[in-house]
Structure formats: C-alpha cells, structure tokens
Design a protein around this ligand. Structure first.
Ligand code: ADP
Ligand code: MG
Length: 573
C-alpha cells in the first residue's frame, strides 16, 4: 500500500471536492435506503390500517411526503454526486499527469532511456488513470459504506436493539471480509492484467512503427502474432476479472437473501417488544436495502492489484533521482563566453570504458575550435556534456568562467545554439519547426533564414504553413540538417556548438553552408565538430580526438607542419 502514498498526497489539494462527493454519495444512499424502508413500512401499514378502525385516523400524508422526498432526494443526490466527484477526479487526474510529467522530464536522457516510448506512453495514460480508482473504487465506497452501516445500525437499534445489532454486525463483518477475500483472489490476475495491457500497447506500436520494414523483410506476420498473443492474454485476464466480479456480487446477493430470512425469523414475533405489526416490513426492507452499501465494495478490491501494479510502475519513474539537476537561480558571469575543460573524464552509465578521459581544453571568448576524429572517438559526447545532458564523471567544465553546474537551465539554453547530429522534426508546420528557436521571429525573418540555408523551395507550396513530419511532408536527411542549422541561426546565441552540421550534404551545399557559418561565426565562441576536413584553416584551434583523448591540438598550420596524425588524416581524405 505504501506505493500509493505519493498519489494520495495529491488528493489533499482537492479534499473539498472529494469530500463533498462522498457526502453526496452518502446522502444518495441514505435516500435510497430510506425510500425502500419507508415505503415498505408505509404500504403494509396502510394495508393493515385499511382493514381496521385505524383507517379513519391513519396519516397518509406524512409518510407519502417522505417517500416522495426520498425519491427526489435520491435522484438529485446521484446527479450531484456524479457532477461533483467527476469534476474532482478529472482535476485530480490533470494534477497527476502534470506531476508525473514534471518528474519524468529531468530524467531524460539519463534514466528514462531504458523505458521504451510505447511503455512510457502507457504509464502516462493507463497507469495514471488507474490512480483515480483509489478514490472512486476504494476510499469513497469504504468511507460511505462504513458511515452508512453505522447510521442504519443506529436507526434499527432505536427500533429494536437485537435486530439492529445483528444486521449491523453482519454488514460490518462482510465489509471487512469481502475486500480481503476478493483482493487476494484478484491480486495476481490484476497484476498480470496491467502488465499485459502494457505489452499489448508496446507490441501494437512496434508493429505500426515498423510496418514497412517488417513487410519488406517478411516478418510482419510474426509481429502481428505477437499482438494477437498479447491481446489474448489480456482478454483472458479480463474474463477472469469479470468472473470474479460476478461471483463477488452474486455471493453478496445470496448472502443478502439469507440474512433477510434470518431477520424475518428474528422479527416474526414482533419488533421492539410489540405485537407483530408493519414494523416487520420496515425491518425486512431495511435489510434488503442495506446491501446497496456493500455492492460498490463487492468488486472493488480485485482492482486493487491492478492499481498497486500501476503505482509501482509509476514509482519507478517518479522516485528516480535525475542525473542532472539545474539550479533555480541564474549565475552571474562576465559575458565573455569562454569554454574551459579541466581534466574532464566521462563514461556513459552502461559503457564499459570512458567515452572521454582527461580532456583539457581552453577556448577564449570569440574563438573557434574544430574537433576532428573518427566516428566513436567521443566528439558528440563533448557537446552533450556542454548541453548538460550528463554530468562529467571527473574534472570540471566552465562556461564564461563559471562552473557549468551553476548555470540555470534557461540561462544555459539561452547562451548556446546547438546543431545536433540528429535533428528532430516536430509534427507541425514549417513555422512551428523554426520558431521553437525564436518564438517572436517574424515571417520575413524565417523566410530569410530558409533562403540562407538553401531551403527556400520548402516554403514554396503553402509557405510556412506547410505541414512537416507525420501526416505531412517528409524531409530528407540533408533537409532536416538544414532545418537544424536554420534553428541555430535564429537562436543566435553567443556560443555555437555544431555537431557535423554538413554531414549528408552535397559538396556545393556544404560550401554554401560553410561560407554562411563563416559569416555567422564572427564574435561567437564556436565548437565545430566534423570528420570532413574542409575549411579548417579558418579555425583558431584544432583538436584531434582519438578514443576519448586529445592526441594533437594547435592551429591548422602548426599541425600540418608537425606532420603527425592530423597530417596523415588530411592526406587520407
Ligand atoms: P562521435 O560523435 O565521435 O562519433 P560519440 O561521442 O557519439 O562519438 O560516442 C563516443 C562513444 O560513446 C562511442 O563508443 C559510443 O558507442 C558511446 N556512446 C555514445 N552515446 C552513448 C550512450 N547514450 N550510451 C552509451 N554509450 C554511448
Ligand atoms: Mg557524433
């Protein structure tokens, strides 16, 4: 049960709506039981009165009014209860989703990389949904049920002590036994159901996303079978659930019948020491109605297994500590955007060897550094450390003379423009894809940038409103890259980090982009990662990276003269 604590805490904020919901639910049950009990007594009392002299004096009006009042109260109560508790639970769900999302985002890319997209979606949707069961299916029915039993018992005790205590005792026993028994019966199945629901989603998304590839390689059938299997398992879980629910309710009705027999037997000689009279009908109908208190609890507890498993799955995410934490406050710096690496080493959590070791670098503000090296030598890792995807394992990085850990997230993002190796295109318009880098940019500005990166053709069809990505125009690798460059130009930060920005572009476009960079670079601190050794003589400093270590560094001419590894590399390319 401890798994549920973080979620129950969120209930506090909505205590009013949730309590009002329970109160209205109680009022509805009260009216419902009152209606059956009163009308049972009223009909038999009226019938008895009709046969005797009492017909002259029998008051039809008051109980008749009561019956009508209860009937209307029940309808109004149910309506009110639905409105209030739905309102409260939807607000609660909103909070839960936001709460989960806020905990999730700092974990990317560190911890969450181990969870697949589809599974994450399932957690965000289905598992969060399951959290409102705690209120709707557990807390509310139990509180209302207990309260109802106490009131009914008190009322019956007032009529007849023995009858009241017997019915109250039996109801309370059932209220204690039923949840435990059906929780135990439904637990394993509930856990499996939650897992299988996730499996079904994951396998369906796998199949959908990889459909064309799977068809080409003839593996489509196998993946579709996996979906069918997952679905089959889920359906059998649901069938078991339905069986248990049916059994819980059926047994409760059976027990209700037997308790009714018992109560009739006890009441047969008269209620409250009187001769047998219409009060017997009152007791009988009260017994029948009392099971409305237990019905919501009957099937509820088999869902607890599901809810607990969902809570565990959510806790895996929300209780993880983020690898990287940003301070709230901005750091004061001198606006000279230098970059310094001091003995930096770094290893990925699942990597066996360090991706970077003892990196020492010092780049003054406004200077340009090129990092060259083979694939896998750790170039992109340097940029990831500078954008604080990860924390360094050893040593320190300073930006503008301040340790990078002291920079707030907004401040760091504002100071750096990045063209990463993989450019993601959002499903949205061309404009959406650009203004994320500069929200206030004018259309004319966007067009100018598109023209600079050679993408003016993209804005031809229906201009900036053309839809990109899924359901719209698909972009080639080169086009995506140029969108990435356009974003960096728009963002216009004092530090520019470029990760192989011209990879996948033809020679002519590459030249065009390089001259664009040279124009844009002025006054900015630049780290330019490349494995194509073009235009490197224009850089202030070149570092050659091999297996996570800097093996040579210096200006182009110096490295060429030294005739070392860099010179070899120049000749081979
Ligand atoms: P480059 O950009 O020079 O091609 P990277 O910096 O991307 O190289 O990678 C350096 C090393 O770190 C490689 O051996 C790569 O396999 C490893 N690596 C990169 N990203 C990850 C990651 N997210 N998790 C584990 N290892 C990684
Ligand atoms: Mg790389």
């Amino acid at each position: 049960m401890r798994e549920l604590l973080p979620y129950i805490k969120l209930y506090k904020k909505h205590w009013f709506g949730l309590s009002l919901g329970m109160l209205l639910s109680f009022a509805t049950l009260f009216a419902s039981i009152g209606l059956l009990t009163l009308s049972g007594w009223f009909i038999s009392a009226a019938a008895v009165a009709g046969l005797t002299i009492a017909r002259e004096t029998f008051n039809y009006m008051l109980p008749g009014g009561g019956v009508r009042g209860f009937a209307m109260g029940r309808t109004a109560g149910r309506w009110g209860e639905r409105v209030v508790s739905h309102n409260a639970t939807f607000k609660l769900l909103t909070d839960l989703r936001i709460f989960f999302f806020k905990k999730l985002t700092p974990l990317i890319p560190g911890k969450a990389v181990n969870i697949r997209d589809a599974d994450m979606l399932n957690r965000l949707v289905a598992d969060v949904d399951a959290m409102d069961h705690v209120y709707l299916r557990l807390i509310s029915p139990i509180v209302v049920g207990t309260l109802g039993i106490v009131c009914l018992t008190a009322f019956l005790c007032w009529v007849d002590m023995t009858l009241g205590l017997v019915l109250g005792g039996l109801l309370l026993t059932l209220l204690l036994i039923w949840p435990v028994v059906f929780y135990k019966l439904g637990k394993r199945n509930g856990e499996a159901l939650t897992r299988n629901k996730a499996d079904l989603r994951v396998s369906t998304l796998d199949w959908l996303q990889g459909y064309s590839e799977l068809t080409l390689f003839g593996a489509e059938q196998r993946y579709r079978d996996a979906i069918l299997k997952a679905q089959h398992r889920l359906i059998s879980n649901q069938r078991f659930n339905a069986n248990i629910s049916g059994m819980a309710q059926g047994l409760l009705i059976l027990i209700n019948g037997w308790i009714l027999v018992l109560m009739l037997w006890l009441a047969a000689d008269g209620v409250g020491g009187q001769q047998p009279d219409p009060m017997i009908a009152l007791v009988a109908f009260a017994t029948m109605a009392s099971f409305e208190l237990l019905m919501p609890i009957a099937g509820a507890f088999q869902f607890l297994g599901q809810t607990l498993t969902s809570a565990k799955r959510l806790n895996e995410v929300i209780l993880s500590k983020p690898q990287v934490c940003f301070p709230e406050e901005d750091v004061a710096h001198n606006n000279q955007f230098s970059i310094e690496f001091d003995n930096v080493s770094f290893g990925y959590p699942d990597g066996s060897r360090n991706a970077l070791s003892t990196i020492n670098l010092s780049l003054e503000s406004g200077k340009k550094l090129a990092i060259v090296g083979q694939t896998g030598s750790g170039k992109s890792t340097i940029i990831q450390l500078l954008s604080r995807y990860w924390n360094v394992s050893g040593g320190s990085i300073k930006l503008a003379g301040q340790p990078i850990e002291h920079w707030s997230e907004a401040q760091l993002r504002k100071a750096t423009s990045i063209v990463s190796q993989r450019v993601d295109i959002l499903n949205g318009t061309l404009r959406d894809n650009l203004i994320m880098a500069k929200p206030k940019a004018l259309d004319s500005e966007l067009r100018l940038v598109l023209q600079k990166v050679g993408l003016e053709a993209l804005s031809d069809d229906n201009g900036l409103d053309a839809w990109l990505g899924s359901g719209g125009r698909q972009l080639s690798g080169g086009e995506k890259r140029r969108i990435g460059i356009a974003r960096a130009l728009l963002h216009d930060a004092p530090i520019l980090l470029l990760d192989e920005p011209t990879e996948g572009l033809d020679k002519q476009t590459e030249r065009q982009i390089m001259s664009l960079f040279n124009e844009h670079f002025s006054g900015k601190t630049v780290i330019f990662i490349t494995h194509r050794l073009v235009d490197l003589d224009k850089m202030d400093l070149i570092c050659l990276l091999e297996q996570g270590e800097i093996v040579e560094s210096g200006p182009h001419e110096q490295l060429v003269k030294a005739k070392g590894r860099y010179c070899e590399l120049l000749q081979t390319l």
